[in-house]
Design a protein. Sequence first.
Length: 488
Amino acid sequence: MEKRTKNERNRKIKKPSFVFACTTLIALILLIIIGTKGIEVIGLKGLNVDLRLMFFIAWLPAIGVSWYLGHGYKEIENSAVDTIRSGIQPAVILLVVGGMTSAWIVSGTVPTLIYYGLKIVNPHMFLPIVLVISSVTSLFTGTSWGTIGTVGLAMVGIGMGMDMNIGLVIGAVVSGAYFGDKMSPISDTTVMSSALAGVPVMKHIKHMLWTVVPGYAVTFLLFLFLGIQNANATIDYGTVNGTMAAMAANFKLGFVTLLPMILLFYLLATGKPSIPSILGAGLFGALIAIVYQGQSAGDVLNIMYKGYTIESGDAFVDTILSRGGFTSMRDFTNVMLGSFGFAGILKGAGILDAFIRPICEKVKTTLGATAACLVVEVCALATGSTQSFANVMTGTLVSPLYKQLRLKPENMSRAMEDFGTQGAILIPWGVNALYVAGMYGVEPIVFIPFCFLNILVPVISLIYGATGFAMTKYGESEEIPEGAYPMA
């Protein structure tokens, strides 16, 4: 820590009041919201400025508030840098994930998964199959939106050919995509939630099993029953056959291409560090692309950095496979730098403490902490915020509650995912629901009632909060680890 200057030492540090903290937070959050998308539901139009820039712009008024309270610039800068430091590891993970994704495409890993996934389509089991295919695709790619916009399109097209209820098919795609995303150690929101809580990614994922698995089991049974009730034996395999033919024509498919995936999950399941595991699995995919697919070493390594592009003659397949690369993750890492630094300035100024302390004094139960997480996530998402912004706000405002109750950080990271990531699709005017609606050309109300997993998981999480079931705590004599709750 750098020493404060003489002028800084002579300044009297003011302690912000609850009202001052509330006013500051509301003003800064509104600044970011108005600068980006606005609040469409009340007619407040935004400037459509990129969120990454708005977070850095918000640093200036946040620094001004810190100066007003008597903090010197070096002190403010150190607060921002210290908080950003906690986000460096997940940012690196995201970069290597981007490289691995493109390597897995050029190696044939992703095309093989899609090819054999489409091959098992069956009319009467269609909805459960859609759920499973979307789950697997999202699990291995780490993106719910990518699954919805690629494999999901194929599934919806097939469902329309079978004369299925389009809302049911989209609900199965969304439920599967969000399940796979949450269970994937390479998902950006999964990595970010674990970072905000200060818990290892795999521990975070294991703790989510308590809410996601029972929700997924009930979801599977619902789609199984509804699929049998709504199935029509006439099915048009044109979309399926076209996609499969394009995959087979452009890649060598088979078990060999799945080896990088097997390697990654072995490494992660046996507790190996995430960064070398993901990078190693990506490089192994690159080796498969060179040896098995016949690509040149230079081209494959450049694809890992810049992303994979293909012109197969099938526009749909091109959309599915043209993605990945280190460069594809730069925008998200910029969000993390800006948002973590913003939160660090507010934390160093005492704003977050002044806001949360009166609430901490009232919240005495696990249900109260769980409900607080729900309220912050929903309020942020309902006012047009992105998932990243909602998670950062929740992490910074709710961390002290969980820490005060001596709840382990994986409880908070799970709640953030249960209410924020899973529940986001249930807000009709939110960015998640509008993305799906725009992708499939329907109104959100058409599919929201059938997003069973996204409805069930938040309910299960609240039940756990009320009963204390699966809410792990530190013992009275157990010391809270230094890295837990970095935002508190």
